[in-house]
Ligand binder design. Structure first.
Ligand code: UDP
Ligand code: MG
Length: 322
């Protein structure tokens, strides 16, 4: 027998979990018919929810022993939740998916067959449309993918979801990357392995609300760039060379003008502009260096990626959180 672990990060998802559970059970029936030797476990990661998520998952576990959970001491973010889920999973295959049914469970049997029958290490999904999303958000998402792929040597696929099934070898590879600033999309690209891609149309969230504001997404994009590229660091050098070149041309211009026309005192406004521009660029570059320094500082503390308050195994029924 082999085991398939379904890892589901949940942050305040009490409204979506019942729908998800129904769908994943339906998918598991299909899987049982197609692959009679595959068993499943459903591992919910409660990312410090403040609603009824944890008690809902606990009640699912009472009815269904295939349900397991890990519950965080606070909200550590989806990246941490995915990591914890993989760490606690026991399966020979692990699939990570959102609880809001934006990652259709009906694709799961085909994805499983890609690694069991076609010899892939992983099967991943990408959205080919962004229907139902604010246009401005799609625009910035596109820009982000174009930028990061230019700047980083880990390939990051536009529209790729975190909905992905992996072999145990690949999961162990991901778990060996213990960096604190996690950017899973980049990690997948970095570790390699053979991946089969499935495409689907965007599906809207079944219940509850998105946890991502525009600002949160923007910060996430910056994190991604810093985690997987050092190009911004070398930008200072290029700016510097460019500015020096301009300064050199201007010096020549001033000398020649002095020789030809004497030296009327003028050019004060342009001087101010130049000083402002130059110091602006300097601050900008220092800011970039600061960003990397801050990340290096956080990494050097070697803090855990998450802290579990309870899990289905250690739990005796009471919540340890205040
Ligand atoms: N999520 C999480 N921790 C967070 C934010 C989100 O575990 O801090 C989970 C959330 O419960 C969901 C998945 O990550 O299962 C995707 O979140 P969401 O649907 O809000 O993101 P979107 O699909 O809008 O990008
Ligand atoms: Mg969603």
């Amino acid at each position: 027998m082999s085991l398939l672990s379904v890892v589901v990060p949940c942050y305040n998802e009490q409204d979506a979990i019942p729908f998800f559970y129904k769908e994943i059970i339906a998918a598991s029936e299909v899987i049982r018919e197609r692959f009679p030797d595959v068993e499943m476990e459903f591992l919910f990661v409660d990312d410090g929810s403040s609603d009824g998520t944890l008690s809902l998952v606990r009640s699912l576990r009472e009815k269904d022993s295939r349900v397991r959970y890990v519950s965080f001491s606070r909200n550590f973010g989806k990246e941490a939740a995915l990591f914890a889920g993989m760490e606690h999973s026991r399966g020979d295959y692990v699939v990570t998916m959102d609880v809001d049914l934006q990652d259709p469970p009906s694709l799961l049997p085909d994805m499983l067959s890609a690694i069991r029958e076609d010899g892939y290490d992983s099967a991943a999904t990408r959205r080919v449309t962004r229907k139902g999303e604010p246009p401005i958000r799609s625009f910035f998402a596109r820009m982000f993918y174009r930028m990061i792929n230019r700047m980083s040597n880990a390939e990051i696929v536009d529209g790729a979801r975190d909905y992905r099934i992996m072999s145990r070898t690949m999961v162990d590879g991901i778990l060996s990357m213990r960096e604190y600033n996690r950017f899973t999309k980049g990690i997948y690209g970095w570790i390699g392995f053979r991946t089969k891609w499935f495409e689907f149309e965007n599906v809207e969230r079944i219940a509850g609300e998105t946890k991502w504001s525009f600002w949160k997404l923007f910060k996430y994009a910056v994190e991604g760039i810093i985690a997987f590229s050092t190009v911004p660091l070398s930008m200072a050098t290029w700016f510097g060379i460019f500015m020096s070149f301009i300064a050199f041309v201007m010096i020549l211009f001033i000398i020649i003008r002095k020789l030809l026309f004497g030296d009327p005192t003028s050019g004060w406004p342009s001087m101010v502009c130049i000083i402002l521009l130059a110091s602006g660029i300097q601050l900008f570059c220092m800011g970039i260096i600061g960003q990397y320094l801050a990340k290096a500082y956080l990494e050097s503390k070697h803090r855990p990626i998450y802290i579990a308050a309870s899990t289905s195994e250690t739990d005796k029924g009471e919540d340890t959180r205040p």
